[in-house]
Design a protein around this ligand. Structure first.
Ligand code: IPM
Ligand code: MN
Length: 352
């Protein structure tokens, strides 16, 4: 029995989560696994009513689940940052989900803005460190509000934190068994402390993985190559901030936020899966948003739960929807409603 916590969240989050759960139910029926869902209403509405974001007691409850499925966080009436830090980052940090795994995969039939590139060229995975760097909230103001104001935002990089992320990336690259090529993405020419530590940790861990080819690229060059030569990449490992930025670029070359999913992974604990786009409040309740990213998040969740066959079937069903049915990944331009896309994928899973 898989115990799954579901946090639909804000805006269009609940709509895409509903379709993800529809596909999960179809997969469970076909592949014969049992699961149980506990729903949590954390998000903007609850915050506006109660002032609560994600309380410590809820973290303890989440810890007791096998996985978490998250819709989206972000509410137009809440000041930017409160829900992001209070819910999303709090869960990532408190549950020590130290990996943010973001596949950049161009499904067949999906249009990429990168000219002359196809599914065989755009298929790599970014392993983003998820608990350190600029995201820890270290720093402060001096002389705030005066003409002499100083703001300091520190990037915290621990040897342990970098090393466990790098080690995960090597293991993942080996498991993925594609090109067995791992690229470290940093900015060693400028960030001479933080990324010096990363580079040394990377080189030392690499010594234990003779089967993996390694490389290094500066983050600015990575942005160039994602567009020019995406086929060069297999697995990329990078710090929290750079990982945040390059995976939005990655989402665009794989066809947009409507298809991009990610997993916040604690390999020894509970992991959380989400479509990586936002809550898109202006489309709420219109049944127009593309749920494929949420469905792809369910696919990643199934893999983590040890339901590999079910995950593969969901992947095939997504590819069927993109290659044979949907006209585009963009909101309102898919040719189908949100719930119809969920039906398409769920029916295809049921036909396995
Ligand atoms: C993401 C998001 C978050 C991040 C925000 C909402 C805090 O952009 O998951 O990539 O920066 O990590
Ligand atoms: Mn982001």
């Amino acid at each position: 029995m898989h115990n799954i916590a579901v946090m639909p969240g804000d805006g269009t989050g609940p709509e895409v989560v509903r379709e993800g759960l529809k596909v999960l139910a179809a997969a469970a029926a076909v592949f014969g696994f049992q699961y149980q869902i506990t729903e949590y209403d954390f998000g903007g509405e609850r915050y506006l009513k109660t002032g609560e974001t994600l309380p410590d007691a809820a973290i303890e409850e989440l810890r007791g689940h096998d996985a978490i499925f998250l819709g989206a966080i972000g509410h137009p009436d809440v000041k930017p940052g409160i829900l992001e830090r209070g819910i999303l980052l709090k869960a990532r940090f408190a549950l020590d989900q130290y990996i943010n795994l973001r596949p950049v995969k161009l499904y067949p039939g999906v249009k990429t803005p990168v000219k002359d590139k196809g599914p065989e060229d755009i298929d790599f995975v970014v392993v983003r460190e998820n608990t350190e760097g600029l995201y820890v909230g270290a720093g402060g103001f001096l002389k705030q509000g005066t003409a002499d104001e100083v703001a300091i935002q520190e990037s915290i990089n621990t040897r342990k934190g970098a090393e466990r992320c790098i080690r995960y990336a090597f293991d993942y690259c080996r498991r993925r068994d594609k090109e067995k090529n791992l690229t470290l993405c940093g900015k060693t020419n400028v960030l001479n402390f933080a990324h010096d530590l990363w580079q040394r940790a990377f080189d030392e861990v690499a010594a234990g993985y003779d089967d993996i080819e390694t490389g290094y690229a500066h983050v600015d060059a990575i942005c160039m190559w994602f567009i020019k030569n995406p086929e060069w990449f297999d697995v990329i490992v990078t710090d929290n901030m750079f990982g945040d930025i390059i995976t939005d670029l990655g989402a665009m070359i794989q066809g947009g936020m409507g298809i991009a999913a990610g997993g916040n992974i604690n390999p020894e604990g509970v992991s959380m899966f989400e479509p990586i786009g936002g809550s898109a409040p202006k489309y709420t309740g219109q049944n127009v948003i593309n749920p494929l990213a949420a469905i792809a998040a369910v696919q990643m969740m199934l893999e983590t739960l040890g339901e590999g066959e079910a995950a593969a079937a969901v992947d095939t069903a997504i590819a069927y929807a993109t290659s044979e049915k949907l006209e585009s990944m963009a909101v309102g331009k898919t040719g189908y409603s949100t719930s119809e896309i969920g039906d398409l994928v769920a029916d295809r899973v049921r036909s396995e």
